[in-house]
Design a protein around this ligand. Structure first.
Ligand SMILES: [Fe+2]
Ligand SMILES: [Fe+2]
Length: 270
């Protein structure tokens, strides 16, 4: 199968890149599934139902979240009626929504997607390793498994990658908003990248308009709101081709399109 995972979509600029590019990329690369991390899609903070539906209309198969999952309070309600919307699995029991979902495409292929939140340098939830074990038990009948590890610490992401190695098709890091250059296939056959990078304007401070973050760093006193930067976005993603029998990765490559970063495309699909 051919999978594309698009990193944290920040604000209107990021959404425009996804809505314009995702249908074209799906056709050009004959993609089976396209997943996006949508935790910053609504003005940088969380996700609204109308934006979620905009992603579905653009052919996105599923949307993952992260530490900003419930910044838009309406997400606590609409997540219950949207089976393709996935929040971190290691929230405490009783949290609205689900931490994993199985999606099926038109060809009848089935993909399990799991979302996890790291515990280092961020608001700590329950154990992500135990949550992953629990969610992987639901992979029966799926040809591929994608795990979105939404975490700050690179060490924790690598550890979760090795923990899932041989049991997932792809472990993809999100949250730092900076693409790392270490995409590879782990010893047990799982595709891995520490961070896929954001889909947003890179003339910014991790997606936000520069002035207010700079003022806060320099003066230590907030003097305004954080607003997403509105320049052209770079769509950052990871492309993975999996083996249907084993569910493991055959090839993995970074994708960077538009905006300020140097372009990258999966040569094996071009
Ligand atoms: Fe993010
Ligand atoms: Fe985040």
């Amino acid at each position: 199968m051919r999978l594309l995972f698009i990193g944290d979509v920040v604000g209107r600029s990021g959404r425009a890149a996804v809505v314009q590019q995702a249908p074209r990329l799906r056709a050009r690369w004959n993609l089976d599934f396209v997943i996006v991390n949508g935790e910053n899609a609504a003005g940088g903070f969380g996700l609204t139902e109308s934006i979620f539906e905009e992603f579905l209309a653009a052919g996105i198969d599923a949307v993952t979240l992260g530490n900003h999952a419930f910044d838009q309070r309406e997400a606590l309600v609409f997540i219950e009626r949207q089976p393709r919307l996935i929040r971190p699995a290691n929230y405490p029991p009783g949290t609205p929504g689900r931490g994993a979902a199985v999606v099926e495409n038109a060809k009848g292929a089935r993909l399990l997607i799991v979302n996890l939140l790291g515990r280092i340098f961020m608001e700590a939830l329950d154990d992500p390793f135990a949550a992953l074990d629990r969610e992987l038990a639901g992979r029966d009948g799926c040809q591929a498994v994608v795990v979105d590890v939404h975490a700050e610490a690179t060490s924790e992401k690598w550890a979760l990658g090795h923990f899932a190695d041989g049991r997932a098709s792809l472990v993809v890091g999100t949250h730092t908003h900076v693409p790392s250059a270490d995409h590879r296939i782990l010893a047990g056959g799982t595709g891995f990248v520490t961070d896929v990078g954001m889909t947003g304007d890179y003339d910014s401070v991790i997606g936000m308009e520069k002035d207010e973050p700079l003022r806060r760093f320099v003066r230590r006193i907030p003097s305004g709101r954080f607003e997403p930067a509105m320049g052209p976005a770079t769509l950052c993603a990871v492309a993975v081709e999996t083996d249907d029998a084993s569910g493991l990765a055959r090839r993995v490559a970074p994708v960077r399109l538009g905006g300020r970063l140097q372009e990258a495309r999966p040569s094996f699909w071009e």
